[in-house]
Design a protein around this ligand. Structure first.
Ligand code: ZN
Length: 62
């Protein structure tokens, strides 16, 4: 089993619509200073990256 990749930098996977959608939601929430929506998007991105791309985002990732 491959070891999980750990990173502090979120990079949407090329061609992954889920990454693109979640990243847009996070950026939009940040732009309008919607903290709770931003937190929700971060949680979903973290889960998605782990589950679908085998990448673990460290606390404080950007
Ligand atoms: Zn993805």
């Amino acid at each position: 089993m491959a070891e999980a990749v750990t990173t502090r930098r979120f990079t949407p996977e090329a061609g992954c619509s889920r990454c693109t959608t979640l990243d847009m939601a996070r950026r939009h929430a940040k732009a309008i200073h919607d903290r709770s929506a931003e937190t929700d998007a971060r949680v979903l991105i973290r889960q998605h990256m782990h589950r679908d791309h085998g990448t673990v985002l460290e606390a404080g990732w950007t």
